[in-house]
Write a new protein. Sequence first.
Lengths: 113, 114
Amino acid sequence: DQQVKQNSPSLSVQEGRISILNCDYTNSMFDYFLWYKKYPAEGPTFLISISSIKDKNEDGRFTVFLNKSAKHLSLHIVPSQPGDSAVYFCAASGRTNAGKSTFGDGTTLTVKP
Amino acid sequence: GAGVSQSPSNKVTEKGKDVELRCDPISGHTALYWYRQSLGQGLEFLIYFQGNSAPDKSGLPSDRFSAERTGGSVSTLTIQRTQQEDSAVYLCASSSGWGEEKLFFGSGTQLSVL
């Protein structure tokens, strides 16, 4: 049973528009959520995170929203740039297993110039 | 070092052979993790180390997989009698300590078992 799901394998947006990547989770014990970005032939790099005590966290062009009742989070990128084209992984962890994050399968974002 | 270093970057082996994958974490990071990513899949947790001990080996897929860490630094993941289903990218990550959720990943080892 997959505890973290990214239902959209791919997303394509025009440069300058908003990219919205979605993630759903099933384990109510998760209380920390992270987004990682991965370019080909490189390891994932941390992008942004959010604790369950918050519903929004913003860092420049990147904002993560958390809806605990729906067990849903989303990553917004505004404005999208061609350099944002990558695979984005959603990850979740709980206080009892911090660092042992559970990852989704990833969403491939393509930003077209 | 400046980042997490993994070697080799690519490894092609024959079914039934043993392989060793190496990870050199960020200096000073006490926690070290091994994940693997099969084609089109997410990252699958394998094992984690705090210092030289491995409190959580729950993700190791079979007893053919083992890992060790010496001196609180370099870690080696060993796969014995490799099978074709072992083909994947093996990723190592480190963090400043248990409880620190943000992981720093290496570039991975692409393992291909023929």
